[in-house]
Design a protein around this ligand. Structure first.
Ligand code: AMP
Ligand code: TRP
Length: 328
């Protein structure tokens, strides 16, 4: 049996190049390596911890499904599913709640950040978010979880909960590990000290952006007042971020890219980077448009995957219910 790998993304708006280089690109690479049994899902339950409109939510779910397929996730190779269609995620998260110390959740950076961003909506789901994430992962006995570095703290809690459950009720769960890409934290084009995030769309390059939009955003990307191109993340974070994006899309090292641009201007680097990004996602954009022309076909793929995931998850939740004494 191949080791299990699980990951998900929230359907809460367009994907940006941070989501791609930190997560989605890795998903397809890992799937195609055939080293793992892969499960990739749409984290719709997580996404309702932020303000949303139900009609819009449905669209966001369909769009993210199309993103997964357009990026190369393949239902023949991976189980592709929708979190809310597999009831065991919610059931396990409730049971895990009862072994989760409040103090652990209070320490979560993402909760603290989001509480500041949405002061009028600090709901219990937002607080409890990492427990549902733990359930998503350990339900499938996953060993590996490809994510961006902002999720590592949640994975630490996942391991703690798996360990705690095992100690209390007997060996049931595997302690998973995170898997990062070379670009686990792509920075905002507007402010290279902050990570690229959909909460600040001005600093994002979206995968759907047309070449003109990409060109405009990259040319306005904040750099520094220097002129020579060099890779120096500490002192020149804006330039380093551009070089890292360039490197990730060409499978080279940022230093090698800097050397290639030796003697050229920032404007020249930006021009070539914009063309590289636009070209890289041309096929993605085309495939996504085609997929979205028949949303029912896209959803069929995820409905079938959700049935497969339910089978695996139901077996695990039955075992959990036995362990805690709900059934004989
Ligand atoms: P989210 O949109 O929050 O569901 O994030 C989906 C995935 O993208 C997660 O694995 C994140 O860790 C990753 N991610 C989000 N923003 C970035 C970023 N700026 N750089 C790298 N990875 C990111
Ligand atoms: N919390 C993740 C994010 O914001 C999404 C997510 C939910 C996830 N459940 C997961 C990622 C399980 C990996 C595994 O990016």
């Amino acid at each position: 049996m191949k080791p299990v790998l699980v990951s998900g993304i929230q359907p809460s708006g367009k994907l940006h190049i941070g989501n791609y280089l930190g997560a989605l690109k890795n998903f397809t690479g890992l799937q195609n390596s055939e080293d793992y049994q892969c499960y990739f899902f749409i984290a719709d339950l997580h996404s309702i911890t932020e303000a949303f409109d139900p009609k819009e939510k449905r669209k966001q779910i369909i769009e993210l499904c199309a993103d997964y397929l357009a990026a190369g996730l393949d239902p023949k190779k991976s189980v592709l599913f929708i979190q809310s269609k597999v009831a065991a995620h919610s059931e396990l998260s409730w049971i895990l709640n009862t072994i989760t110390p409040m103090g652990e959740l209070e320490r979560m950076t993402q909760f603290k950040d989001k509480s500041l961003r949405q002061e009028e909506n600090i709901n219990a789901g937002l607080f409890d978010y990492p427990v549902l994430m733990a359930a998503d992962i350990i339900l499938y006995d996953a060993r590996t979880v490809p994510v961006g570095d902002d999720q590592l703290q949640h994975l630490e809690l996942t391991r703690t909960l798996a360990r705690k459950f095992n100690a209390k009720f007997g060996q049931t769960f595997i302690e998973p590990k995170g898997l990062l890409t070379k670009t686990p934290r792509v920075m905002s084009l507007k402010d290279p000290t902050k990570k690229m995030s959909k909460s600040q769309p001005e600093g994002c390059l979206f995968l759907d952006d047309e070449p003109e939009a990409i060109k405009a955003k990259v040319s306005r990307a904040v750099t520094d007042s220097g002129t020579a191109i060099a890779y120096d993340p500490e002192h020149r974070p804006g330039l380093a971020n551009l070089l890292e994006i360039y490197a990730a899309l060409t499978h080279l090292e940022p230093r090698a890219i800097a050397a290639e641009f030796d003697g050229e201007s920032y404007a020249e680097l930006k021009r070539k980077l914009a063309a590289l990004v636009a070209g890289h996602f041309a096929e993605f954009r085309m495939k996504k448009k085609k997929l979205l022309a028949s949303p029912a076909t896209v959803m069929k793929v995820f409905d079938a995957g959700s049935k497969k995931a339910t089978k695996i998850a139901d077996a695990k939740i039955a075992e959990v219910k036995k362990k805690v004494g709900f059934v004989a």
